[in-house]
Design a protein around this ligand. Structure first.
Ligand code: TYM
Length: 336
C-alpha cells in the first residue's frame, strides 16, 4: 500500500524557537515513518516582510540543518528549498487568478502583520496564503502538520482546492487532493515568555520572549529566570493563569509527562523551585539537537547534496501536478 503524503514547511526568518519545534517539527519527526514526507524551507515566504539579502541564504541552510538535527530522517523524508522548485511560484500565480480577493482580506495573520508593517505592507504579504496553498496542493498532501496559528490558512487551502475542482475538473477526476490540517493539542500554541496571552513569535522584538533552538544553556537559564509569572502560591493549570498554563505545559511536553503528572509534581511548588526544573528540562531537550546541528553545519557539502537531491525529488512530484493544473485550465502545451 502506498503511504499517505505529508507536507509542511518553516520560514527561514532567523532562528527557530521552541514554539516552532513543539508545534510543528517535533510532530513531523514522530509522524515520518508512517508517511511519505516533504519538508520545505519556505524562503519565498520569508520575503513577504522586509528581509535582509545578506542573511537569507545562511538562514535557509540553518533551517535545513535544524530539520536534520531535530530528527528528520532522509529514509522517510525529503528536505528541499521552496525557491529551488519553480512550480511553487507558478502554481501560486494560477491560484491567484481563481481566488477571490476577499478570501485573502479575511486572513487574521495578514491583518495582524499588516498593522505592524504600516504603509510598507507588500502585495506578497496578502498573497502569502496562496503560495502556501500552492506548496501543499503541488504535493497532493493528505496531512499538513502545523501549529494552531496556521489553521485558517489550511482552511483557505481547502477552499481553493475545492473551488478549482468545482470549476475546472471533470466530475470523476479531481485536480487537487483536499488536504487535512494536523494540529496536535499539546504544543500547538506555545506562548511568549514575556506575556502568557501572546503567541511565542520570531518577530517579537524582545529576545527574552522566546527560547531559540540554538540558545546556550546560559541564555536559557536567563530567559526562564526572567520570564513572566504570577504571584499565586502553588502551580496549576488554570484558565485564568496564562503564564502558569504555558510554563507547566512546556515542562510537560519537554519531559514527556502528562498534565496529571505535572500537576501532582508541581501543585505545592513556588516559582523558585519550578524554574530550575524547567530550565534543566529545556537544556536536556535542546542539547542533543544543538550538537547534531553543529556537526551538520560543519559539512556544507553534505547539506548541499541533501538539498540537491531534495530538489530533484520534489520537482518530480510538483511538475506532474502543475502539468495537470495547466491542462485543466486550458493552457497550450507543446511536446518538447
Ligand atoms: P512559520 O515559520 O511562521 O512557522 C513554522 C511552524 O511553527 C508553528 N508555530 C508555532 N507552533 C506553536 N506555538 C507557537 N508559538 C508557534 N509559532 C509558530 C507554525 O504553526 C508552523 O507550523 N505559513 C507557515 C509556513 C508554510 C507552510 C507551508 C506550512 C509555508 N508553506 C505549507 C505548512 C505547509 C508558517 O507559519 O511558518
Amino acid at each position: 500500500m502506498t503511504k499517505k503524503r505529508v507536507l509542511s514547511g518553516v520560514q527561514p526568518t532567523g532562528n527557530l524557537h521552541i514554539g516552532n519545534y513543539l508545534g510543528a517539527i517535533r510532530n513531523w519527526v514522530e509522524l515520518q515513518p508512517d508517511y511519505d514526507n516533504f519538508f520545505c524551507v519556505v524562503d519565498l515566504h520569508a520575503i513577504t516582510v522586509p528581509h535582509n539579502p545578506a542573511t537569507l541564504a545562511r538562514d535557509t541552510y540553518t533551517i535545513a540543518a535544524l530539520y536534520l538535527a531535530c530528527g528528520i530522517d532522509l529514509k522517510y523524508s525529503t528536505i528541499f528549498v521552496q525557491s529551488h522548485v519553480t512550480a511553487h511560484s507558478e502554481l501560486a500565480w494560477l491560484l491567484n487568478c481563481v481566488t477571490p480577493l476577499n478570501w485573502l482580506e479575511r486572513m487574521i495573520q495578514f491583518k495582524e502583520k499588516a498593522v505592524k508593517q504600516g504603509e510598507n505592507v507588500s502585495v506578497g504579504l496578502l498573497d502569502y496564503p496562496i503560495l502556501m496553498a500552492a506548496d501543499i496542493l503541488l504535493y497532493d498532501a493528505d496531512q499538513v502538520p502545523v501549529g494552531e496559528d496556521q489553521k485558517q490558512h489550511l482552511e483557505l487551502t481547502r477552499d481553493i482546492a475545492i473551488r478549482v475542482n468545482d470549476k475546472f475538473a471533470a466530475e470523476d477526476k479531481p485536480i487537487f487532493k483536499i488536504p487535512d490540517p494536523l494540529i496536535r493539542k499539546e504544543g500547538a500554541r506555545i506562548m511568549s515568555l514575556a506575556d502568557g496571552t501572546k503567541k511565542m513569535s520570531k518577530s517579537d522584538p524582545s529576545e527574552l520572549s522566546r527560547i531559540s533552538l540554538l540558545d546556550t544553556p546560559d541564555d536559557i537559564k536567563k530567559k526562564i529566570k526572567k520570564c513572566k509569572t504570577d504571584p499565586i502560591m502553588g502551580l496549576n493549570f488554570a484558565d485564568d493563569r496564562p503564564e502558569c498554563n504555558n510554563l507547566l505545559g512546556l515542562y510537560g511536553i519537554l519531559t514527556g509527562k502528562s498534565k496529571e503528572e505535572v500537576t501532582l509534581e508541581c501543585s505545592d511548588m513556588g516559582w523558585g523551585k519550578f524554574k530550575p526544573l524547567l530550565t534543566d528540562a529545556t537544556i536536556n531537550a535542546l542539547t542533543p539537537i544543538q550538537t547534531k546541528y553543529q556537526e551538520i553545519m560543519a559539512d556544507k557539502t553534505y547539506l548541499d547534496s541533501v538539498l540537491k537531491e531534495g530538489k530533484e525529488k520534489a520537482e518530480n512530484v510538483a511538475n506532474i501536478t502543475l502539468k495537470r493544473v495547466k491542462n485543466a485550465l486550458g493552457y497550450l502545451v507543446i511536446n518538447s
